[in-house]
Design a protein around this ligand. Structure first.
Ligand code: NAP
Length: 248
């Protein structure tokens, strides 16, 4: 049986590119999605048509019971979990910090931070050597916003990614002896529909001059870094970060 990977938010954008690439590298892939069933099913079909193995599983990662169900389905249907990509993330309308609401901050932290915590908490015992697991790798999808703070746009989103970075460092140390590596990628401006959620679908055109390479990145370019961190080629790499941001 193949090794299984769960990719949260695997139905669109960076997660979709990562799902397809992970399948090409031999993983059986759980494409998790929150609401967009059609695009998750499209990713599964693409993988299956190429001879790979994949399932789509609906679960809101900010809901504890959903995360437990997600991991149980993978245990039952895909086999040994050796990899997790905490990719699902949200942002909301661009605005200054003083006009943001507590509800909004809670929505963003519930998915970007606590959703990733919940998934990692479910993955670690399944991977831990001391509990009969075979080790594994977790990749957290952070953001260059963790450095920049995203002023006037999404301070809350940026702060959630800062929390994810600190979590990456701490968890990497906590589970290293269990044979589990924990790393993160920090994408810069990547061409996905996430920017439309912030109210500016063409944001990359406006900001690309800030990037030394003078362009935005593609989901595929981020997926390449994620899947490398999952792979045995990264066997001595843990608690590390790859910025996929064109030099920004
Ligand atoms: P995207 O195209 O908007 O896709 C987000 C994915 O996350 C969707 O598949 C969505 O599911 C899923 N999702 C959101 N909330 C969820 C929840 N509570 N439970 C389960 N799934 C959930 O975003 P993207 O641009 O590919 O971003 C992927 C990751 O990269 C995010 O963590 C983002 O912060 C990070 N990132 C992106 C950029 C960028 O420029 N695009 C830059 C830096 C970092 P549905 O399909 O069901 O809606």
């Amino acid at each position: 049986m193949k090794n299984a990977v769960i990719i949260t938010g695997g139905g669109r954008g960076i997660g979709a590119a990562t799902s397809v690439l992970a399948a090409q590298k031999g993983y059986s892939v759980c494409v998790n999605y929150r609401s967009n069933e059609m695009s998750a099913n499209d990713v599964v079909s693409e993988i299956q048509k190429a001879g790979g193995e994949a399932i789509a599983v609906q679960a809101d990662i900010s809901v504890e019971a959903d995360v437990e169900r997600l991991f149980q389905i993978v245990d039952d249907q895909l086999g040994t979990l050796t990899a997790l990509v905490n990719n699902a993330g949200i942002l909301e309308q661009q605005m200054k910090m003083q006009t943001m609401t507590l509800d909004r901050w809670q929505r963003i932290f519930n998915t970007n931070v606590f959703g990733s915590f919940l998934c990692a908490r479910a993955a670690v015992p399944r991977m831990s050597r001391s509990r009969g697991g075979q080790g594994g790798a977790i990749v957290n999808v952070s953001s260059l916003a963790a450095y920049t703070g995203s002023p006037f746009e999404y301070l809350d989103y940026a702060a959630s990614k800062g929390a994810l970075d600190t979590f990456t460092k701490g968890l990497a140390k906590e589970v290293a002896e269990e044979g589990i590596r924990v790393n993160a990628v920090r994408p810069g401006f990547i061409a996905t529909t996430m920017h439309a959620d912030g109210g500016e679908p063409n944001r990359i055109e406006r900001v690309k001059a800030q990037v030394p390479m003078k362009r935005g990145g593609t989901p595929q370019e981020v997926a390449n870094a994620i899947v490398w961190l999952l792979s045995e080629e990264a066997s001595f790499t843990t608690g590390a970060f790859i910025d996929v941001a064109g030099g920004r």
